[in-house]
Design a protein around this ligand. Structure first.
Ligand code: SF4
Ligand code: SF4
Length: 170
């Protein structure tokens, strides 16, 4: 059960410091999720739920939530929202807020990029791709193991991987 007496009722102002529409207009219709490709990800992004969490002031839960980083920045949600809420901008604002709150924060998608070359592991949708007449694995780095190894070697030179190597396993 969520205890709203402990909620930060100013969270929405803190997060939405830049122009990202007025999230108070969100009436939780879910249209933004219906066309969101990241809603089908292994760790699904439910942008409607994130908007709700901001509005309810669920600070601790939002800080732990890695799903804003699953967004593939297609902006479909912004075109679909009937209330002009700009859910995509909300997701970006949450990311910035998370990293401001915790400088050591390493998003889930960072480790996935390291392991697979993609923010969303493409091999997980092999069956869907096959049903659409597409090759199971797309002709990206996911298909070429040697290139992925070179990519990982390059990332190992970055501070984020060097300082947190326990999180970046091949
Ligand atoms: S911009 Fe992000 S949140 Fe919006 S529909 Fe695209 S993937 Fe989903
Ligand atoms: S489409 Fe707009 S109004 Fe509907 S849930 Fe998403 S953000 Fe809220």
């Amino acid at each position: 059960m969520i205890d709203l007496t402990k909620a930060n009722h100013h969270l929405w102002k803190e997060i939405m410091e830049e122009d990202a529409g007025d999230i108070r207009r969100c009436f939780n219709c879910g249209t933004c999720v219906s066309g969101c490709p990241a809603a089908e990800a292994e760790t699904p992004l439910m942008i409607r739920r994130l908007v709700r969490m901001v509005l309810l002031g669920l600070e601790e839960k939002l800080l732990e939530d890695g799903t804003p980083w699953m967004c593939v920045t297609c902006t479909a949600c912004e075109e679909m929202c009937p209330m002009g809420v700009k859910p995509f901008e909300v997701g970006l604002a949450i990311r910035r807020w998370q990293t401001r709150k915790d400088e050591t924060y390493i998003p889930l998608s960072t480790t996935e990029v390291f392991q697979t070359g993609h923010t969303q592991p493409v091999e997980k949708v092999g069956e869907l791709r096959r049903s659409l007449g597409l090759p199971e694995i797309p002709p990206t780095i996911a298909k070429f193991t040697e290139l992925l190894k070179k990519f990982q070697a390059m990332l190992r030179e970055t501070e984020i991987v060097k300082n947190n190597d326990y999180m970046f396993k091949e």
